[in-house]
Design a protein around this ligand. Structure first.
Ligand code: SAM
Ligand code: SF4
Length: 330
């Protein structure tokens, strides 16, 4: 079947799937303490998620990342990974996972056996109190144990850290040193205005251009050409030998090379993280066991792909989109 190419000539080869909007943490930049989650009957079943992912692999998607919410809180999640494993080497290059790590110790070995080789684990602080303040849950020991278990199981771990002006800015160099000393890449993420939260986003926003500039006063940073089809830019830190990424959707435009689309747990396809344009795939999926309708809907969706995102730094206090990152998947 024809590969998926959008109106701007960009091939869609990367699918992120949010398997649940639920989570066992409540990070201050991501969610409210009291979140109203989707009713369970609105969720796609694991079989439906598998059918959708398979349809995308049939159209040229080579990389699949499961995310959430927290993917490890979705019952039967491992079954979904196991069922997608058959595509590895037959269209699909890799299946990856983004997790908060809280339950990783229990899952690491099974994830490896299910075909996953790389996981991204979010760690916003190595200080237990700060972690508990940011995540609104005291779970740092579990996360660190999860990372150890992942490494022991043979998974390559990358660390994600959201940069927050008041909570962890001072800790960022230590987080980078810690990650690199353990052999993990680390990526810093600027807060993005997605969904209503309890706090003021302008107050939390920390420009990574600024962090990058500060780092150059004490580290030697070498730009790397690596691109992942997404918004990260990478440097090698000479002093630590490790790779450091910057995801700066607000200070850089990363859209021109973007190869990814995002599927929510209700079957809505978002064509861009920072744009409201989306198409429902659940109705065509459920309308028939034959994939013809679904394929038409996917093609029509890709034709709507916007050129770029709608984030603007001056509008940071207002969410650019009403949906939370936990719905679209980070
Ligand atoms: N629960 C998993 C986790 O935390 O890794 C996976 C889902 S989470 C939505 C994916 C990534 O998005 C995490 O690294 C998280 O820190 C980041 N994130 C969540 N909300 C964000 C926001 N408003 N701006 C920037 N990054 C955000
Ligand atoms: Fe949960 Fe991840 Fe959002 Fe934190 S960032 S609340 S761990 S979904």
């Amino acid at each position: 079947m024809k590969p998926l190419v959008d109106p701007f000539g960009r091939a869609v080869t990367y699918l992120r799937v949010s398997v649940t909007d639920r989570c066992d943490l409540r990070c201050i930049y991501c969610m409210r303490e009291r979140m109203r989650f989707l009713p369970r009957d609105e969720l796609l079943t694991l079989e439906e998620l598998e059918r959708l992912c398979t349809a995308f692999v049939g159209r040229g998607v080579r990389r699949l990342r499961f995310t959430g919410g927290e993917p490890l809180v979705r019952k039967g999640f491992l079954e979904l990974v196991r069922s997608m494993r058959r595509h590895l080497g037959a269209g699909l290059d890799e299946i990856t996972l983004t997790t908060n790590g809280v339950q990783l110790a229990d899952f690491a070995q099974d994830l490896f056996e299910a075909g996953i080789r790389r996981v991204n684990v979010s760690v916003d602080s190595l200080d237990r109190e700060t972690f508990a303040r940011i995540a609104r849950r005291d779970r740092l020991p579990q996360v660190l144990a999860g990372i150890d278990a992942a490494v022991a199981a043979g998974l390559k771990v990358k660390i994600n850290t959201v940069a927050l002006k008041h909570d962890n800015a001072h800790e960022i160099p230590d987080l980078v040193k810690w990650a690199h000393a353990r052999g993990h890449d680390i990526t810093l993420i600027e807060t993005m205005p997605l969904g209503e939260i309890d706090e003021d986003r302008t107050d939390q926003f920390l420009s990574l251009a600024r962090v990058h500039e500060d780092m150059r006063s004490y580290w030697t940073l070498h730009d790397l050409p690596d691109r992942t089809g997404g918004p990260a830019r990478y440097v090698r830190v000479e002093e630590t030998g490790g790779r450091l990424g910057f995801i700066t959707p607000l200070t850089h435009n990363f859209c021109e090379g973007c190869s990814r689309v995002r599927l929510t747990c209700t079957g809505r396809l978002y064509l861009c993280l920072g744009h409201e344009t989306s198409v429902d795939l659940r109705a065509p999926l459920r309308a028939s066991q034959d994939d013809a309708l679904l394929q038409d809907a996917i093609e029509a969706a890709i034709a709507l792909r916007p050129k770029g995102h709608d984030f603007h730094i001056e509008r940071l206090s207002q969410p650019a989109t009403t949906r939370h990152m936990s719905v679209t998947g980070g």
